[in-house]
Structure formats: C-alpha cells, structure tokens
Write a protein that binds this ligand. Structure first.
Ligand code: UDP
Length: 247
C-alpha cells in the first residue's frame, strides 16, 4: 500500500504518494475510527527535537506525509528514497475533490476570521457537489476547546482540516482525536490561506527546486527566525550520514 517509512533525524516520515494518501483517506473513512495525519517538513523535524510533546504526537500519527523537498533530500543522503513530496496545500484541494466525488463531509477549522469561509467558497465553486458541513476560525486555546469539539462533533464531518499552525494544530488534534471521532483529522498550516487567496504559493519552478521556503520568507519576513533552523537541519542530516560518531 505504501512504500514504508524513513526516519529523518529520528522523525518518522511515510513514503506515500498523493494517490496513495487519498486512497488511505478513503480507507480511514470506510473504517470510521479517528485518524491523525501530519505534514512533516524540516521545520517540524527541528521543532520535534526541541519539543518532546510534539515529537510524541508525530510518532503517534497514523500518517506522516513527506511535506518538504528537504525531507526527500535527507532521505537521499541516507541512501533511502521518498518517492514524492506530498504537501498539505496540495492535499487540501485534492481531498476536497475526492470528498465531492464520494460524498464525504468536510469541516474547515482555524485561520483568521473569514478565511475558512472563503476557502469553503472556493472549494465548493471548484467542486459543486462538495458538502462543507462547517467552518470556524476559533483558536487553539483551552477555553474554546470543548465548544469547538462539540461544534465539530455535531457537524459529523468525515474530514477535518485544522489551520492553527504547527505544532499547536497537531497537539490540538492529538488531544481531541478520540472525542472528535472524525476519520481524517489533518493539520494544514497555511493551506486555507492559499486556497482562500489571502496568501500566494511559490511558483511551480520554485517548488520543484526546493525553494518554497525562500518564497515564504520574502512574503512573510517574520519567519526568518524559524527558518534559521533550516541550515542547522541540513548540517545535522549531513553529520548523521558522514560523521555519525562525532558528538
Ligand atoms: N492560526 C490561527 N490561530 C492561531 C495561530 C495561527 O488561526 O492561533 C492560523 C493562521 O491564520 C494561518 C494558519 O494558522 O492561517 C497557519 O499559520 P502558519 O502559516 O504560521 O503555519 P505553518 O503553515 O507554518 O504551519
């Protein structure tokens, strides 16, 4: 079904393609039990090294998508292969199309007020039979948690996309997974912003060349501090491969 898993600096990444991911979503929904999907990229890997709770959530996820050229590169350095980059921002529209075809119900949670509604309108325009059964900005704070979980449960979606940014969205899903009872729960970061058109994705050539991070940095310069982890990541991957005994 999938190509197995690769470990990048201790973090599990599943070797799945986009087609296999959508097929797994279909199976999760058929099975009915809640599943957590995470979109691992190099920033996730570095965050997991500092944050044990986040590392445990990634480890416990049912599916860890290879969401970053930096992961495909790291796998190659190890002499392993990840066949394809599968990123959240591609999966959101693809899963919406799948949901429209199969009659699956979708709930969009998070992002700034109004963004989930705009994303829902765009996805429904592209897929007229799509059932978006709920949208809500809210926040990942504890005070709102019970209300939001009750709202999602009442809407009974098959797919729940949560846009509170990593790691908060993934911790939120992990904490609430069982009581949410939604077969596919995925943290989607800035994907709703892209779908709604409030943020613009890097051009295709930049994504192919592994430069999406540079495009985001130009658009959202406040990310520079987080992105300092990227050269550190590259150094650690190379050191693990070529100097495994050096501490
Ligand atoms: N976000 C939110 N509430 C919060 C923090 C973030 O709704 O308390 C939303 C934000 O509006 C954006 C999304 O989370 O739509 C993703 O944020 P970011 O781009 O920082 O996440 P990344 O893609 O880097 O994981």
């Amino acid at each position: 079904m999938t190509g197995g898993a690769v470990r990048i600096l201790g973090v599990r990444v599943d070797d799945v393609t986009t087609a296999e991911t959508l097929d797994l979503f279909r199976r999760y929904i058929a099975a009915g039990r809640p599943h957590q999907v995470v979109t691992v990229n190099p920033e996730f890997v570095m965050a997991a090294r500092r944050d044990a709770a986040f590392a445990r959530v990634l480890e416990a996820a049912d599916l860890a998508l290879p969401d970053g050229q930096g992961l495909l590169w790291a796998a190659r350095v190890q002499g392993r292969a990840l066949r394809e980059r599968v990123c959240g921002s591609d999966i959101v529209p693809a899963a919406a199309a799948l949901a429209a075809r199969e009659g699956f119900r979708l709930f969009l949670l998070g992002a700034a007020p109004g963004v989930a509604e705009r994303a829902a309108a765009v996805l429904t325009a592209d897929n007229p039979s799509l059932q978006v059964v709920g949208t809500y900005a809210g926040s990942p704070s504890m005070e709102e948690e019970d209300t939001i979980v009750a709202m999602v449960r009442a809407a009974a979606p098959d797919l729940l996309f949560v846009a509170y940014g990593a790691p908060r969205q993934d911790l939120w899903i992990h904490r609430n997974l069982e009581r949410l009872g939604v077969p596919v729960c995925m943290g989607v970061g800035g994907s709703l912003d892209f779908v709604a058109g409030v943020a613009v994705r890097a051009p295709r050539w930049a994504r192919r060349w592994g430069l999406e991070w540079l495009h985001r940095l130009v658009q959202e310069p406040w990310r520079w501090r987080r992105m300092l982890s990227l050269p550190h990541y590259a150094g650690l991957v190379l050191r693990a491969r070529y100097l495994p005994n050096v501490r």
